[in-house]
Design a protein. Structure first.
Length: 196
């Protein structure tokens, strides 16, 4: 039997990738508000900050006036890692495996309880915020992963059938350092699979 952990981790990352926007105003070191400005100023700021950080931006909503200006709220898709690179910019998400237990021993099938940890990490300078952002990201993750009837992550290509996904716990931490206040959420996910 193959180890299902790497397949679960990859399926979780695939499900989350591109589905967790955050407002660019909350990206560390970048302030953006609901604004009205001309497109040349927008493009200049976009090129200097967003592309330099490697984010793939999307615009949540736009309204164009008769003068050609736009009022918009800007969003970026959060980076998701298994191993965090040295040049990672906050906020980001880390997904890694904790292990698995065989939960039902019988002659024909293997049933495993696989545990995966998802961490959401953000930082703010002083009292600029952060906790609400982490709460919102966790809420979106739970919505995408916690399913009760179907729509589980698909592992059928690897010979496994997912029959439950459960959020075992969500813990929040706040760490005050000299440079920033760090906010971290730790989600423990239980995925029960059967070898087909």
């Amino acid at each position: 039997m193959r180890d299902p952990q790497k397949f679960i981790r990859k399926a979780i990352i695939d499900r989350l990738q591109g589905n967790l926007p955050t407002e660019a105003g909350n990206v560390q070191g970048f302030e953006w508000k609901d604004v009205t400005l001309d497109w040349s100023a927008y493009a200049k700021q976009y090129n200097l900050v967003v592309r330099a950080r490697g984010y793939k931006p999307t615009i949540w909503s736009t309204q164009t006036s008769t003068w050609g200006d736009a009022s918009f709220r800007y969003a970026v898709s959060l980076p998701i890692y298994h191993r965090i690179p040295n040049d990672a910019v906050l906020p980001y998400i880390r997904v890694y495996s904790l292990g698995y237990n065989e939960i039902d021993q019988n002659a024909t099938l293997y049933n495993l309880d696989c545990r995966t940890r998802i961490e959401v990490i953000s930082a703010y300078y002083g009292d600029d915020g952060g906790e609400t952002e982490v709460n919102d990201i966790v809420s979106n993750i739970v919505f995408l992963l916690r399913k009760r009837e179907g729509n589980y992550i698909d592992l059928s290509d690897f010979g496994f059938n997912v029959y439950t996904t459960t959020i075992e716990s969500v813990d929040y931490l706040e760490i005050d350092e000299a440079d920033s206040t760090y906010f971290k959420a730790v989600i423990e996910l239980s995925t029960r699979v059967q070898k087909t």
